[in-house]
Design a protein. Structure first.
Length: 298
């Protein structure tokens, strides 16, 4: 029997439960349906202390976080080191420290722990307003690329992926909150992540923009307000890696938006910008299909 998948997820929206935990569930759901089992390591380097990041470097074994390890934790969200999700009985979520380390050590950490998939969520922080914890997070994404691990960067994750590989990110003069059609180019039309979606409808909410892509990155499509809205990373020989960046939020399902309004995380006025249905669930299903195929074909 094939072994289960181990997913490392940069969990950067924990203070907004529906877009944080709820969004994670939307991302993980198609993986659950395809993999024999799933173990998820949730990384929250934006809250962890520098000392725990250093301690995580002393051993390649995963360091499970304790509440004392995250001194700036938003206490409106309960801290739990390890649990099984209520949504999936057989999925284990563990809060694990991200080593405060360079690419080489983080690559060793990923290899030693048999990590299969790396995902970076959106965030209320900004790549254009760089913070120290983003250094190790960027190293994690570069390491995942170097190891050719299936990886997905969403919104902030898209920007961090591009920045980590040598691209540029700037802050726009105004926010974008909209649901818009993604205009795929010829490469995007033939890319697996958009299979069955010749004109995907996507939900955007951001102010930072990728304005220059790295050398080993190809653009798949543009939105009306954003010419670099979706990308894929390539190998040095030009063949595609199973690594994508999405400026939009495929995990922002309608039920998550509706519950966010009820919880007061977004206003009813803000939610009006997101009323149009979008194709995020299919994009996530396509990513899961490619990620699982990639890992189990090795």
């Amino acid at each position: 029997m094939a072994r289960g998948l181990r997913v490392v997820l940069l969990d950067l929206l924990v203070e907004r439960a529906e877009f944080g935990h709820g969004g994670n569930i939307e991302v993980l759901t198609p993986l659950v349906s395809l993999a024999p089992s799933l173990e998820v390591w949730l990384l929250t380097p934006q809250f962890q202390s520098e000392s725990v990041g250093e301690r995580a470097c002393s051993s390649l074994e995963p360091l499970i976080l304790d509440k004392d390890d995250v001194p700036t934790w938003d206490d409106e969200f309960p801290f739990v080191s390890e649990k099984k999700t209520t949504e999936f009985n057989d999925v284990i979520l563990r809060r694990v420290a991200l080593p405060n380390a360079d690419d080489q050590l983080i690559s060793e950490w990923l290899l030693e722990n048999s990590v299969d998939v790396v995902i970076c969520s959106g965030s209320r922080r900004n790549v254009s307003m760089w913070e120290p914890w983003m250094n190790s997070s960027a190293a994690l994404l570069r390491s995942a690329v170097d190891l050719e691990l299936p990886s997905l960067g969403i919104c902030f994750g898209h920007q961090l992926l591009c920045k980590a590989l040598g691209g540029d990110v700037i802050r726009s003069s105004k926010r974008t909150d909209s649901v818009a059609e993604l205009e795929l180019n010829e490469i995007g039309l033939n890319d697996q992540i958009y299979s069955g979606l010749p004109s995907p409808i996507c939900l955007f909410t951001h102010q930072d923009h990728v304005v220059k892509i790295p050398e080993r990155v190809v653009v798949l499509g543009a939105a009306p307000h954003n010419s670099l809205a979706t990308v894929r990373v390539l190998r040095k020989d030009g063949s595609p890696l199973p690594v994508w960046g999405l400026q939009f939020h495929p995990e922002a399902a309608r039920k998550r938006i509706e519950r966010s309004v009820k919880l007061g995380h977004i206003s009813a006025e803000e939610a009006m910008a997101f009323e149009r249905d979008h194709d995020g669930a299919q994009v996530l299903a396509n990513f899961a299909q490619e990620a699982v195929k990639n890992r189990y074909s090795q």
